[in-house]
Every structure is written in C-alpha cells, then in structure tokens.
Design a protein. Structure first.
Length: 324
C-alpha cells in the first residue's frame, strides 16, 4: 500500500506550503516503479479553498479520510489568525488529534505549527516555524523548545519546517528516509534545486543576516564580497575599496556587521563551501572557488568552525557523491 499523506489546507493557506511538498512526493512517485506515496489535500469541509495567493485549491473533507489511515500528516502554513481559529473547530481538532496519534509521522510547514501547538500536539517537542512567527510560538507555548534558526527539525515522529521553500527541504529529507539519498538527490535535480539544504542550516544565510543589519555602504560591499570569494579579500583590499584607512575600516565594519572583516569573510567562504560540498566537486575545486587556496586550509577552517571534516560532512549530508 502507498504511504498515505494528508496535507491540511484552509482559507488563507500559503499555496507554496502545499504545492512544494506535493511536488516532492509526486516526483518521488515518478522515480518509483509503482507509486510510493498517495497525497490527500484535505480541509475541514472540503471543496474549494482560497489560498493567500487568491488561487483555489481543491480539497476533500476530512470525514472522507479516516484519521487512522494516515501515515504522514502535515499542516500547511498560512494566515496565523485563521490557524488559531481552526483549533476551535471541534470536528477538525478531534480528527487532527486522532490522526497525529495514529500516524507514523506528523508535523507542519511554516506557521502550521501554531495549530498543532494550540491542540497540544507538540508538547515538549523541539520545533521550528517561519522566523516571523517564532516569538509568537515560543511566547504562547513555553513548553516547546523553539529553534528559530533551523530550516527544519525532526524530534521523534514530529517534523516541523521554517516555511515556504523549507517545506521542500523537509519533505526531501523524509523521502531520503524512505527511499534513500540517491532518490532524494534525483528529485532535487528534477526540481532544479540549487542544493539540498540540511535542517541545521539557518533560515537566513550569513549574507542575508549581514545585509539586514549593515549600513548601506557596507551592504553594498557585502554583496561584492559574496561574488568575489575566490579573491584575497584581505583587510587592505577591502579598506581600499571603501576608501578608508585599514584601522577605520576595521572599526566601522565590525560595528555595522557585528563581526570582524576577517571572521566575516571566512563565514561567507565556509557557507559557500558547505553548499559546494553537496555537489560533485573535488575538495581542491571547492577550496579554489571559496578562496581558501588549498584543500588543507579549507579543511582546517572547516573543522575549526564546525567540528567535522569537509569530507565527513559530505558523506553525512549527501551519500553517493564520488570521493576525491
């Protein structure tokens, strides 16, 4: 029997939180001799559901899908008020509770965690949600351990993701658990994803985090740095680009970005290196493209920052990549 998946929708749902995961499971079926997953889009009453993008989603009512027949239950994210109001729908609350208890796995995409938390279905769990709702989730449900940085979190049979495209990353991880890394990688390639992102990766890349808090001239410099990582990028070059003395540049950059220039450059390079290590690139090539110059220098910096060698990281995050 195919793995039965139910994705709960409602008026105001974020359509990408539905279509992204559904596309992953559909692609997995295409890669199998016989369909491995059967996806059900369900709502409290069934019928047409208007998404936040003004597109309608066809759904079946929950009464047509027995709660004990679901292997994976996911609550899609969307309007926060609509989600919290759904908790007052008694029939839906009972169905969600029974389905969560019976399913081998259950969880949420984006703000869908709010509904599960309101129903007490995340009690004592480590979870995540969209960055904009992390404080609401943590303040409203102090019994939860809210990880406001992770792309997705697995805690026992509970899976939660940060939102929108991270639902794709989480569902790819679920497919990898079911069908293996090679199948998940093929699906990622079919969906033309730049790279499969691991759950520990921050919701904001170091580049985005720095640009959000940096003053305008440094934001422009950061953009330039991100496209020139294979160059020296020492403080003399960066200060000259900003027409500042090295001492003055070091002080002002650190105040604006919250990190020293050297540390920030290394952070950008290591973040880029982690992405490249998920692709079939040799370690020397990764080192060259990220400005470390040699595999040895890359390995030393990588282990110092992450406590793991680049090659072991590659093996644990993407099996099947050819070794050096």
């Amino acid at each position: 029997m195919p793995v039965s998946i139910a994705i709960l929708v409602y008026d105001g749902v974020q359509i990408l939180d539905v279509s992204g995961p559904a596309a992953v499971f559909a692609a997995a079926n295409d890669a199998c001799a016989t369909p491995f997953y059967k996806v059900h889009i369900v709502s409290a009453g069934g019928g047409a559901i208007k998404s936040s993008s003004a597109l309608d989603i066809v759904s079946q009512p929950i009464r047509r899908l027995p709660a004990n027949a679901i292997d994976l239950l996911l609550v899609a994210g969307g309007d926060e008020d609509a989600l919290l109001q759904l908790a007052e729908h008694r029939a839906l609350a009972r169905w969600l509770t029974r389905a969560s208890m019976a399913a081998g796995r259950y969880g949420s995409i984006c703000t869908g965690a709010l509904l599960l938390a309101r129903l007490g279905l995340l009690h004592g769990k480590r979870v995540t949600t969209h960055w904009s709702a992390c404080s609401l989730l943590a303040d409203g449900f102090p019994e939860l351990a809210v990880d406001d940085a992770a792309l997705y979190v697995e805690d026992g049979k509970v899976w939660t993701s940060a939102g929108v495209t991270t639902g794709i990353d989480m569902c790819l991880a679920i497919v990898e658990r079911d069908l293996g890394a090679a199948a998940a990688n093929r699906i990622a390639e079919r969906l033309v994803l730049y790279a499969r992102r691991p759950g520990y990766q921050s919701q904001f890349s170091p580049l985005l985090q720095a640009r959000r808090q940096a003053d305008t001239p440094y934001a422009e410099l950061i953009d330039w740095m991100s496209t020139h990582l294979d160059e020296p990028l020492d403080i003399a070059q960066l200060a000259a680009r900003m027409a500042m003395s090295e001492r003055s540049f070091h002080r002002h950059f650190t105040q604006s970005v919250g990190d020293t220039p050297a540390r920030f450059v290394e952070t950008l390079r290591l973040d880029r290196a982690r992405n490249l290590l998920l692709l079939p690139y040799g370690l020397k090539q990764v080192a060259a493209e990220t400005g470390f110059g040699s595999a040895a220098r890359l390995s030393k910096a990588f282990e110092r920052r992450f406590g793991i060698s680049p090659m072991l990281f590659r093996q644990t995050q993407r099996r099947g990549v050819s070794p050096e």
